[in-house]
Design a binder for this molecule. Sequence first.
Ligand SMILES: [Zn+2]
Length: 192
Amino acid sequence: VACVDQRGLSVSYAYLLGIYLGDGCLTPFHRGVWKLRIFMDARYTGIVESCKIAINEVAARTAGQSRREGCVEIYSYWKHWLCLFPQHGAGEKHLRPIRLEHWQTRLIEEHPKAFIRGLIHSDGCRAINRVKQRRYEYPRYFFTNHSADIRALFKWACGLIGVESRPNNQYNISVARRRSVEILDGFIGPKA
Ligand SMILES: [Zn+2]
């Protein structure tokens, strides 16, 4: 079976890679087939839909969905998920190095917004900060991941589009400068 032509991958893959690095995992199924599993908050029906559309565009197959206790699992069976997500490995992502392949780096450089959107949709949020008895309100973005490598990827991709980010606490990066938040608001916005 011929593998996926990486040159055919595009914006949907960049988005799905962000989602995968945030909330996805691969499990072996049988006969060389892998199950991609992505876990999402059931409240974000728009994000669930975006994720299923991306799977459909990348793999040309319909994603399944199961729901339990406020959480949605989106899943898809395919032989090539491992080829597309070679970051798969034993143990949790934050306990092993996460390095991109050269072709993945190139795709993110072509589509940094889609990648950042995927990361925020999985492990990020947009929050309103209120100060001085609510006289001033300003939005900020946060990205939270236990893997230093994945946090570094977020920061790097933000830098590609002129978005400034800085560590907020041990596992958390914030985007707070007005101009940077405006850039992110141009293609992400509140999670829904
Ligand atoms: Zn393959």
